[in-house]
Design a protein around this ligand. Structure first.
Ligand SMILES: Cc1ncc(COP(=O)(O)O)c(C=O)c1O
Length: 364
């Protein structure tokens, strides 16, 4: 077998194509009826009162940060995420504070509490890494005790919300659970946040034609972060298959657990959305890990690693952030050992078994 097996990819069928073509033939390419329909369907699936569809997950984080944060606010977040999570804190002129992770790849809430005791923190930006949400009871406790705002970066998670966060953000990039090509969403139960987000998504303006028919008013410094109608038509079609997509991801995760003898990120968890399936191997150093990736590539298997510790990035180093093994022992160990295996709905059992056999061959 020599087809390329990536770590993740979209599932697009004839119904998606039909929905997109219908949208293309309608009167609306940009903002039209599909946007509201998609937002309403998402709100039902995610158990939030309000959803605002935006052009990507980074835009979702940006607008959420403008609603939650003020200049110089301190925000605790994880080094184990895609850049957007902490970048969005910087977009709002606030300051990310990174806290080490646990073995399961999620931020360590015990260390978070130590920081909360010492400094006045405005918000916790908690990433549902790989598809697993941070312990809701502990988050609730911290939220109440330290009066912090909670944002869930749910780019890796999709499912019913547990009511703990103030805002959750989503991404519909093709490797995610559903896709709208590029795309994202912000979800909240707070009406004031919702109304502000709608305005920020559309240049900070709203239509006010009480005086003249053409009139609009700009009241915030907003952006064009609208998600087009055509993309929302795609999203509506994809949402119909979400349960099936999740069922497939869970079947694949279970099979990896059964057939692979390596240390998983966590034991099979029915609440995970399994955007990623991560396992660990005690590589001696990063070069050895890179060689393993290269060998697997030659076999057509494109493994991936998520994520390079954010504070170690040159931009963050220039801002004065430190990244050391001593400060982030778990993150450092994770960077050395972890890697992500292929997981997506169309990965066949034959392909998965091929991946498993090659991993066994190279990581004896
Ligand atoms: C955890 C996390 N947050 C945010 C994003 C940003 O989403 P997008 O690529 O849609 O901008 C991603 C995307 O990979 C992500 O994985």
């Amino acid at each position: 077998m020599k087809t390329i097996i990536p770590y993740g990819k979209q599932t697009v069928d004839e119904n998606d194509i039909k929905s997109v073509v219908e949208a293309l033939q309608s009167d609306y390419l940009t903002t039209g009826p599909k946007v509201k329909e998609f937002e309403e369907e998402l709100a039902k699936k995610l158990n939030f009162k309000y959803v605002v569809a935006v052009s990507n997950g980074t835009a979702a984080l940006h607008l959420a940060s403008l609603v939650l944060l003020k200049k110089d606010d301190l925000v605790i977040t994880t080094p184990n995420s895609f850049l957007s999570t902490s970048n969005s804190i910087l977009y709002a002129n606030a300051k990310p504070i990174f806290v080490d992770i646990e073995k399961n790849g999620l931020i360590d809430l015990k260390l978070v509490e130590e920081k909360l005791k010492k400094e006045k923190i405005k918000a916790l930006y908690l990433v549902s890494f790989s598809g697993l949400q941070v312990d809701e009871n502990k988050v609730k406790y911290l939220k109440e005790k330290y009066n912090v705002k909670i944002l869930f970066d749910n780019a890796h998670f999709i499912g019913k919300d547990n009511g703990v966060c103030d805002i959750a953000t989503y991404s519909f990039h093709p490797v995610k659970h559903i896709t709208t090509f590029e795309g994202g969403a912000i979800a909240t139960n707070n009406k004031e946040f919702y109304e502000k987000l709608l305005i920020l998504r559309n240049h900070g303006m709203y239509k006010d034609n009480t005086m003249y028919p053409w009139e609009y008013k700009m009241i915030e410094l907003g952006f064009n972060y609208r998600l087009p109608d055509v993309a929302c038509a795609m999203g509506l079609s994809q949402l119909k298959k979400l349960d099936y997509f999740q069922k497939r991801r869970h079947e694949i995760a279970k099979r990896y657990h059964e057939k692979l003898d390596l240390e998983p990120l966590y034991e099979y968890n029915e609440n995970s959305s399994y955007h990623l399936f991560v396992i660990k191997y005690p590589f001696k150093n990063l070069n050895e890990k890179a060689k393993f990736f290269e060998k697997m590539r030659k076999e057509g298997i494109f493994l991936q690693y998520h994520y390079i510790p954010i504070p170690s990035q040159p931009y963050y180093q220039n801002l004065g952030y430190n990244y050391s093994k001593e400060e982030f022992p778990q993150m450092d160990k994770y960077y050395l050992e972890a890697f992500s295996l292929p997981i997506y709905p169309t990965l066949s059992q034959e392909e998965q078994d091929y991946v498993i056999s090659k991993i066994k061959e190279y990581l004896k």
